[in-house]
Design a protein around this ligand. Structure first.
Ligand code: BES
Ligand code: MN
Ligand code: ZN
Length: 511
């Protein structure tokens, strides 16, 4: 049994003519709260027989974020219907909100069974970037969570054509931006679909198979390390986490190696790929344990980002590394108190088998340094503690030097992902001391997100490194107009943006 997720064959077009010229079933127009004169949509009110003016006057439509108002065109405009979409306050209209508005348009298109739609970009200082976010958001609506429903009341298909409209913009620039947005949105959906798969379907071997298929299709070089290869390389921490499961672990390496970039920095993206986390012998409570199928969301984000990096021909070397394991209980499982040496030679006392993510990431980070990485980023659903600290809408960012973490943070901001920095002071490392080994894998409850990062840092060989904890952000706890309840694809866009336009400083790290 498996429910493969497939991308729709929607054609995305770019148009620089006026909204009234768009021949479509629905033309979507974002409208801001307050004094939005809509002067850039000439003839709108007349085309709808005064309905747009009436709805705005009466307060039926007040441009609240992602609210909508849809009405037929009576004359003048070429579209059959016009839909106003609330864009909220003008000052709040960042990349994420631009995408959410577009996703709302797409969900609405599905609902009214529109086959041709146009989505207008307006109210942004950079319409070319705005077009990217619009195409990205429209694509995001291609992801539906109910892949296993046989008799569900499924929403309609995505429209056959989506035209992103930025009146007066440069046609070639706009077209490139729309293509870019489409690839980014699709890649986020690839990550979301993986995170949504149940753990009986997405075992480590299946995860590796899907990652390599996706990588191969996208033009990446793929290497899948099996349990024997992992042993040869000394990645015993990965093996220790996987050994309680009947499903053997894997480690997938995806390489993007553009011509002429071999003397450039090598960015490594490392993602936690725990296909299911029972906690192991330090077992989790049963309440909510089903959610732990998403414990590979960091790995999925890396796979999604690598897909886009290849398809967008990013002129930089990037390697994606995803260790894949199932953390189970069994007679072969690691016991609390076991001591295991990682591939970099450091020994770890595993006092809690539920702190498994840092163990597999430790070896994967070492492998990144082994492959010659110059800059490291890891993404992981690592700690409940980070979720408690920052909630469900901000991911934790840790690492060093500050020049590198702030590069990562600003790339995230441009891309519409929110990362917030937590500090790693000396005392955090002291919390990770073991009586009998180099490190212990948990340092107690205080500052749990930070001590986890202090642990990981021991495996980064002094390189610039950023750790992103997405435990709170990888899953939407409630449905929004722009996103169903379920996997969010967090960090995919930040990683793509970092690979594309980040600058890679190389000052020494202070720790
Ligand atoms: N996958 C979990 C982190 C997690 C917990 C994500 C709850 C989302 C919700 C991770 O492997 C884990 O179990 N972390 C432990 C660490 C602890 C034992 C130090 C945690 O956060 O409780
Ligand atoms: Mn765990
Ligand atoms: Zn986990």
């Amino acid at each position: 049994m498996s429910a493969h997720f497939e991308l729709s064959e929607t054609t995305f077009l770019a148009s620089v003519t006026a909204p009234g010229e768009q021949e479509s079933d629905v033309v979507f127009i974002p409208v801001f709260e307050g004094d939005d004169g809509l002067v850039d949509a000439p003839g709108l009110d007349a085309a709808t027989g005064g309905e747009v003016g009436r709805a705005r006057q009466s307060g039926e439509f007040r441009a609240k974020f992602c609210h909508h108002f849809i009405t037929p065109v009576q004359s003048g405009w070429r579209a059959r219907r016009v839909a106003l979409i609330g864009a909220g306050r003008h000052g709040d209209f960042d990349a994420e909100r631009q995408r959410q508005v577009a996703a709302t348009c797409a969900h609405l298109s599905r609902r009214v069974r529109a086959s041709r739609v146009a989505c207008v970009v307006r109210g942004v200082s950079d319409p070319i970037a705005g077009a990217q976010h619009a195409a990205d958001g429209m694509s995001a609506a291609d992801f539906l969570t109910a892949t296993f429903k046989k008799d569900g009341d499924l929403p309609g298909p995505l429209p056959k054509t989506v035209t992103i409209v930025a009146t007066g913009a440069d046609q070639a620039g706009l077209a490139g931006s729309v293509r870019r947005g489409r690839i980014i949105g699709e890649s986020a959906n690839v990550a979301r679909a993986l995170a949504n798969e149940p753990a009986n379907v997405l075992t480590p071997r299946e995860f590796a198979a899907r990652a390599s298929a996706e990588g191969g299709r996208s033009g990446l070089t793929v290497d899948v390390l099996d349990e024997y290869r992992l042993r040869e390389l000394g990645m015993r921490l990965v093996l220790a986490v996987g050994q309680g499961s009947a499903e053997p672990p894997r480690l997938v390496v995806l390489r993007h190696d553009p011509l002429g970039a071999s003397d450039q920095p090598l960015l490594a993206l490392v993602g936690k790929g725990v296909t299911f986390d029972t906690g192991g012998v330090s077992i989790k409570p049963s309440e909510g344990m089903d959610r732990m199928k998403y414990d590979m969301s960091g790995g999925a984000a890396v796979i999604g980002a690598m897909r886009a990096i290849a398809r967008l021909d990013v002129p930089r070397r990037v390697v994606g590394i995803v260790p894949m394991v199932e953390n189970m209980v069994g007679s072969k499982a690691t016991r609390p108190g076991d001591v295991v040496a990682g591939a970099n030679g450091k020994t770890v006392e595993i006092n809690n088998t539920d702190a498994e993510g840092r163990l597999i990431l430790a070896d994967a980070l070492w492998y990144a340094t082994h492959l010659g990485a110059s800059h490291l980023v890891d993404v992981a659903t690592l700690t409940g503690s980070c979720m408690v600290a920052l909630g469900n809408h901000v991911s934790g960012l840790m690492g060093g030097p500050a020049a590198w973490t702030s590069e990562v943070q600003t790339a995230a901001e441009r891309a519409g992902d929110r990362f917030w920095t937590l500090p790693i002071y000396r005392e955090a490392r002291e919390q990770m001391r073991s009586e009998i080994a180099d490190l212990i894998n948990t340092g107690g409850r205080p500052g749990g997100a930070i001590t986890a990062a202090a642990f990981l840092r021991e495996f980064t060989n002094g390189l610039p490194w950023a750790h992103i904890d997405i435990a709170g952000t990888a899953w939407a706890e409630k449905a929004e107009p722009s996103q169903p309840k379920g996997p969010t694809g967090v960090a995919v866009r930040a990683l793509i943006e970092l690979a594309t336009s980040g600058s890679y400083p190389s000052p020494p790290r202070a720790d």
